[in-house]
Design a protein around this ligand. Structure first.
Ligand code: URP
Ligand code: ZN
Ligand code: ZN
Length: 469
């Protein structure tokens, strides 16, 4: 039997979204080919005794090298973003190819492939961002792109350069229904935000902390309700991204109670930050400006409940990396600029899994299976990457993270591998860390070292997911 396996991971506790069991894993040609006790020796061996062997994370919401319209530049590209993801136990990333208004979507996809070419260490797919749903886009480009493996797209109800009006949202949802694609919705009421922002600026209240005042939970609640209503009219599933707290969650839970297929995502910033983190000395609060903003401790509790009770299906980073000490980053409009001119987004692609593992699994708030489901299996399923990604099963890619569940780590920015000059989680202690990470059977991270080559990651075409039929 020697030589049957290229690699055997031996003696670990394997966890999937449905089971936890002791087994060896036999890997050949980058895929899992055996799961059993006492497998024969492989060409290589990894001793996972005392370790947890989990499917690599699927981060289904992250932004790398995405063009911006305000002169800012994202700090992470397809080299540093996926590298940082891998160090944090993630083996698949899905960033966004963003259409510029007045331009074609095909062009955006072509450009994004150019940006990615030869850089990513782990596998990646693309979501699309639809900002200009013209007849050409809806009639030709989008249906063709969906058939080519771009089966999910994000639309916005806010940001002048991105937002759609209700009629446009309906047209996009109708197209998603026809083609079996999944629409992700950023739900915040644009006019509420504009009106509050103008009032705050007139009063001279422009410090970073007023970003949270300008984007209240009610603006998110209203847009979430509207998005759900429009999807109900069209009769199509949607996924509400980066849900920040109880108000929007209630809309989602009520919709699901009625039998509507509304999926929901939340992110670390809504568990571990509050609006107070925008209220730091000087301009420092800009580090935590993201939308929707982090809210209060009651919202954090609501989000934990939603992770426990099934309100959320997906836990993503929404890694949107802008350096702080950088005139192309958070300070693109200067360090006295109004909150309204600060690039939105915070980094988190590497800390997503350790934070949820430590505060969720180790502290007993969620089970290990639920952790795997939220961070790997569900995103793979919803975005059409199952069964290749998101699980450990015969035939699936050997994308695996071997965790030391007891390792204690203090998160500092020095430890991380993104190209951002801060982490919102500086000084936070976590228990549990992914020590060895495999991508398609190849060890790419081991004991703090990167062993994988840039550019080895493959582009993944996504299927139209069964869950939507
Ligand atoms: O503030 C955020 N979340 N920036 C990233 C873009 C988005 O809307 O997800
Ligand atoms: Zn968004
Ligand atoms: Zn985002």
């Amino acid at each position: 039997m020697a030589g049957t396996f290229d690699l055997v991971i031996r003696g670990g506790t394997v966890a999937t979204a449905s089971d936890e069991f002791r087994a060896d894993i036999g890997i050949r040609d980058g895929r899992v080919v055996a799961l059993a006790a006492d497998l024969p020796r492989g060409g290589e061996e990894i001793d996972a005794t005392g370790k947890l062997v989990l499917p690599g994370g699927v981060d289904a919401h992250c932004h790398f090298d995405q063009p911006t319209s305000d002169g800012s530049r994202m700090a992470d590209d397809f080299a540093t973003g996926p590298l940082s993801a891998a160090f944090g136990g993630t083996t698949t990333v899905i960033p966004f190819a963003c259409q510029q208004k007045g331009h074609s979507l095909r062009e955006a996809v072509r450009d994004y492939h150019e940006r990615a070419r030869g850089k990513s260490m782990i596998d990646y797919a693309f979501h699309l961002i639809v900002t200009d749903p013209t007849e050409q886009v809806l009639g030709q480009e989008l249906p063709a792109l969906i058939r080519d493996g771009y089966t999910s797209f994000k639309i916005y109800t806010t940001y002048d350069d991105l937002k759609l009006n209700d009629r446009q949202i309906i047209e996009v949802l109708a197209l998603a229904r026809r083609e079996g694609a999944l629409t992700m919705i950023h739900a915040e009421n644009s006019d509420v935000i504009a009106w509050l922002t103008e009032a705050l600026e007139r009063a001279g209240d422009t410090a970073p902390r007023f970003h949270a005042t300008a984007r209240p939970a009610i603006a998110e609640r209203e847009a979430t309700h509207r998005a759900i209503s429009l999807a109900e009219v069209v009769d199509v599933p949607i996924l509400v991204v980066h849900v920040s707290g109880g108000e929007a969650m209630q809309q989602i839970a009520a919709a699901r109670h009625k039998g509507l297929r509304v999926f929901a995502e939340t992110c670390p910033q809504y568990l571990f930050l509050t609006a107070d983190d925008l209220d730091l000395d000087g301009f420092e609060g800009a580090k935590h400006i993201c939308s929707p903003p982090p809210r209060d401790t009651a919202s954090q509790q609501s989000v934990w409940r939603g992770l426990q009770d099934g309100t959320f299906q997906v836990f993503s980073s929404d890694h949107a990396p802008f350096r702080y000490e950088d005139l192309a980053g958070k300070k693109v409009a200067g360090d006295k600029a109004s909150f309204a001119h600060v690039p939105n987004g915070i980094p988190g692609v590497e800390t997503r899994l350790p934070l949820l593992f430590s505060e969720g699994v180790v502290k007993g708030r969620i089970s290990l299976r639920r952790f795997v489901e939220l961070t790997s299996t569900n995103p793979a399923r919803l975005y059409g990457l199952m069964p290749r990604k998101g699980t450990i099963a015969i035939g699936s890619d050997a994308d695996i993270a071997i965790w030391d569940p007891a390792r204690q780590v203090t998160i500092t920015n020095d430890l991380l591998h993104h190209n951002v000059d801060y982490t919102p989680y500086e000084g936070r202690q976590v228990t549990g860390w992914p020590e060895i990470v495999l991508s398609r059977g190849e060890v790419v991270i081991r004991g703090g070292d990167c062993l994988g080559k840039a550019g080895r990651g493959a582009f993944l075409q996504c299927a139209t997911p069964d869950t939507l039929q």
